[in-house]
Ligand binder design. Structure first.
Ligand code: AMP
Length: 421
């Protein structure tokens, strides 16, 4: 059998690394400037962390999308299908409840879900995640959304739209579920298979269905935003007015719902034309009650996640100028056998401050200079018998063609003067 990557997983090859670092770097600076601290949590946890945080009626549990296995000690372990469960487990375990509120945390790393693989939908993908814990008011929801918006903008994305809705409080949700069951039970047979299950377990999630038949049935029904209590409505209006004030483009989406059970009130997504209307670049919401459910104190929270893979697709469409892989500062060419070891020693020394590459075997000058050009270096340093005699290199500027002898000891100063560090 030919060895291949598992379906739904991808290699990030060296030429895509600059892209990757660009996104994580830009997001990291937005977070640092906003007092959001980075946290790493394990890639796998006890399965219960995720079954509890996602909820029994979530797709992760119902559609069996989690990568779960039994370890040698007979414990059930799951590869993280989302960040929130692990981050909140860490929050509780490390007593962050005693930190000043809000506690603001961000993370990034791989996420695993056994989903149907298609464009923009993988089984291992990379998420950036953020959780703001401890405050109940609309200001912190607005801050979460603005952090997400600013992070995506900082990556270089244009034309982003925030879609904002609310799933209300648990009582609103119960009322809405009751309403949907009453309205749709008579048409049960016309629903898609997944939605038949949703109608039993969690009717609210029907609004997330992409199935045209389901959408036709939902068309004439009142969405969750129109079923809110006065308190939840005020909260929603509060979030929206902060975002309007901060000039973040918002579209109200009365039917927005989130995949996990514990979301309440605020729910949001960010969309970009390149990704298509059906799938979001990012999503999040408020999850008051979840920390208590995970065994911690009864603290409110709000969070979001975006998929780096999808952001990269969108960046390609926006033609953002992401730095190309750059070449080394200097490429060394050994012109005889003895010089092979000499250039390697010199390279090692110079690498304390500069990017230096070299040929690993003797080259004639023509071939050596071709190697240097291919590496992308602006300067080539040739070393042969004559240069050995004078402890120097013949340094050639590959752009102007200019050539000069530089003493080994003077190379760092020369490279600095040439603007290489
Ligand atoms: P979710 O946790 O499902 O709300 O997803 C948050 C974000 O993660 C989405 O908006 C996508 O950008 C990304 N995402 C979710 N599932 C996948 C997947 N299977 N492949 C790639 N990206 C994904």
């Amino acid at each position: 059998m030919k060895l291949q990557a598992v379906k739904g997983t991808r290699d990030i090859l060296p030429n895509r690394q600059a892209f990757w670092h660009h996104v994580i770097g830009r997001v990291g600076s937005v977070m640092a400037r906003s007092g959001v601290r980075e946290i790493d949590v394990p890639i796998f946890e006890h399965t219960e962390v995720f079954t509890r945080s996602a909820g029994a009626s979530s797709d992760l549990v119902v559609q069996k999308e989690m990568y779960t296995f039994t370890d040698r000690g007979g414990r059930s372990i799951t590869l993280r299908p989302e960040f929130t469960g692990g981050v909140l487990r860490a929050f509780i375990e490390h007593g962050m409840v005693n930190w000043p509120t809000p506690v603001k945390l961000w993370s990034h790393g791989p996420i695993f879900r056994g989903e149907q693989v298609q464009r923009g939908r993988y089984r291992q993908f990379h998420q950036v995640n953020c959780e703001l814990v401890g405050l109940p008011g609309p200001l912190i929801d607005a801050e979460a959304i603005s952090l997400l918006y600013d992070a995506l903008r900082a990556c270089g994305l244009k034309d982003l739209v925030v879609r904002l809705g609310s799933v209300g409080d648990p009582e609103d949700r119960a009322r809405h579920n009751h309403y949907l069951r009453a309205a749709l039970n008579p048409h049960r047979e016309a629903l898609s298979e997944a939605s038949k299950t949703r109608l039993v377990l969690n009717p609210l999630r029907l609004w997330d269905s992409k199935d045209p038949g389901d959408q036709e049935l939902l068309k004439d029904l009142t969405p969750p935003l129109e079923h809110l209590s006065n308190e939840a409505r005020d909260h929603f209006e509060g979030v929206k007015s902060y975002l309007d004030d901060w000039e973040i483009p918002v579209e109200v989406d009365p039917a927005i719902v989130r995949a996990l059970d514990y979301y309440r009130r605020t729910a949001f997504e960010i969309h970009h034309s390149a990704i298509g209307a059906q799938s979001a670049l990012a999503g999040g919401g408020r999850y008051d009650g979840l920390i208590g459910h995970l065994g911690g104190p009864d603290l409110p929270g709000v969070g979001w996640a975006f998929g780096v893979d999808r952001v990269l697709d969108a960046l390609t469409v926006d033609e953002v100028g992401i730095p190309k892989e750059s070449g080394p500062d200097l490429f060394l060419i050994p012109l005889d056998e003895e010089a092979v070891g000499e250039v390697a020693r010199l390279a090692r020394h110079l690498r304390a401050a500069f990017r230096v590459e070299h040929s690993y075997r003797r080259r004639n000058p023509g071939r050596g200079l071709r190697d240097a050009e291919r590496s992308g270096a602006p300067l080539a340093g040739l070393r042969g018998a004559a240069e050995r005699e004078t402890h120097s290199l013949t340094v050639k500027d590959l752009v102007s063609g200019e050539q000069r002898d530089i003493l080994e000891d003077n190379l760092p100063a020369f490279l600095r003067k040439a603007g290489r560090a």
